[in-house]
Structures are given as C-alpha cells and as structure tokens.
Design a protein around this ligand. Structure first.
Ligand code: PEP
Ligand code: MN
Length: 262
C-alpha cells in the first residue's frame, strides 16, 4: 500500500459509485440498524440528495455488554433490502472472523472498527476476500501501525482497502476523540489508498460535524463518513452525534456544492 512503486492512486469501484480518484464520496447512515422503518426513513433522504453509500451497524462493538448489540443477520438483511431498493451500496462492520462469510454475503464494503484494527487474524481473513474493506485506524494506533494493518489485508491479495481516520484518544474531553487531520494528509501522501474520515466518531457531537467534514476534505480525504438518524433522540446508540435528516441533507448538498472548490 506504500506509495513507493510509482503506483497511482487506488480507486475502489462499487456497484453504485467510486471511492477515490476525484469527486468527494459520502458514506452516511445510522450508527445502528434498528429496524426497517428507521433504516428506510434515514436512507431515503440521503439517496434523494445523491448519497450512494449507506452505512449502518448490524454487529455493534459497544463499550458495555448491556448496551444494544445490533440486529445481526436481521440488520444485514434490512441493509441489503433497503440499499437495493434505493440503489445504494452497503458499508457495515464485521466484528469477528466467524462472521466474515455472513457479512460478506450482504455487504458491499466490510468495515473493520477501531477496536479491531489490530485483530490480525481478522485482517488476514479479509485479505483473502474479494470485497473492499474500510479499515479504521485504532484509537491508540500510530499511522505506521494503521498502514501495517492495511498491509496485512493487502498481503493476502486484497488491495481494495480504504484507510479511515476516526479520531484518536488524547487528553481532550470536549470531543469524544481527537480528529487527527495530519494523519489524513499523511495517509494520502504515504499510501495509494483512498482515505475516509469518519467525522461522527471523531467528534462525538453533531455541532462540529459539518465544519470538520470540510476540514477533512481540505486535508485530502477522498470520502467523508457521518452518522444520521430519522429520529436521533430515540437512537439506540450514539444518539448525541447523529445528525437529523434535515442537517444530513443540508451537509450533503453543501459538500456537493463546494467539492470542486476544495
Ligand atoms: C462505527 O462506525 O459504527 C463504529 C463503531 O466506529 P468506530 O469503530 O470508529 O468506533
Ligand atoms: Mn456510532
């Protein structure tokens, strides 16, 4: 994945669009899939605004075992149904080696969450898969470690990897994590991989999402990922950071309008 062989920027081609190589991509959707109604009411306005990549967790890596853990296969089925109906691609997390086959049956992109970046047995299995991987930087991982995690996947033969900055742990508490924008610029400079910035998990609050989405694009990100929900106050996970659909659509339109000037 290192930019040392003169290789050009890697572009990920999905059924409904491309990530990398030009136009800013937007990956949006709820933190968790909670049901058909919630997923559809969240996805439809996004699709109408031009978003082609739908995110949503079916297997959730929650800090507490007593928190909502996700709908699992039922969630995957809903993601596939809604995405097919609207003409979108599905980005969803795989938590464990034992679920890779199941998740790959429904997803267009398999996400490795921050807590699993150093799960090398999972990375090795994903290296032999013929599906793109969205690899999140570990919340305490150096850039070098993140790039080596991508190498674990690439060395198995799967080069369709997006590197995702989602904030790292620092002493700061006013944001959930600290968004490392220098990492975005450096990932672009040091690797050929498309770079995604998950502004929602980096910030943990919705008031800064739009501003930091533009900062991410200015730093060189190929895609911005954010969470939104048709009724954020009732969300079963990450209620504080999910945009409502009016805010989400406004952000998508704003990014579309400004993409060419960044
Ligand atoms: C997510 O994107 O649903 C998620 C859990 O993110 P992270 O792994 O970055 O915490
Ligand atoms: Mn979340």
């Amino acid at each position: 994945v290192h930019r040392n062989s003169g290789a050009g920027d890697h572009v990920i081609t999905l059924p409904h669009g491309r990530i990398g190589g030009g136009e800013a991509a937007i990956i949006a959707g709820p933190c968790s899939v909670e049901g058909r109604d919630q997923l559809y009411k969240t996805a439809k306005p996004l699709r109408d605004a031009g978003v082609r990549f739908l995110r949503g967790g079916a297997f959730k890596p929650r800090s507490s075992p007593y928190s909502f853990q996700g709908l699992e296969e039922e969630g995957l089925i809903l993601l596939r149904e809604v995405a097919d109906e609207l003409g979108m691609d599905v980005v969803t997390e795989v938590l464990s080696v034992k679920d890779v086959e199941l998740v790959a049956r429904y997803a267009d992109v398999l996400q490795v969450g921050t807590r699993n970046m150093a799960n090398f047995s999972l990375l090795k299995v994903l290296g032999s898969l013929h599906k793109p991987i969205l690899l999140k930087r570990g919340m305490c991982a150096t850039m070098e470690e993140a790039i080596l995690a991508a190498e674990y996947i690439a060395s198995g033969g799967n080069n369709d990897i997006m590197l995702c900055e989602r904030g790292i742990r620092t002493f700061e508490t006013w944001t959930r994590n600290t968004l490392d924008l220098a990492a975005v610029a450096l990932f672009k400079q040091e690797t050929t991989l498309p770079v995604v910035v998950d502004v929602s998990h980096a910030l943990g609050r919705k008031d800064l999402v739009a501003r930091m989405a533009f900062a991410a694009l200015a730093a060189g990100a190929d895609a911005v990922m954010f969470e939104c929900h048709c009724h954020p106050a009732a969300a079963l996970s990450d209620a504080d950071q999910q945009l409502d659909m009016e805010q989400a659509v406004a952000l998508v339109r704003h990014i579309r309008d400004c993409d060419a000037c960044i």
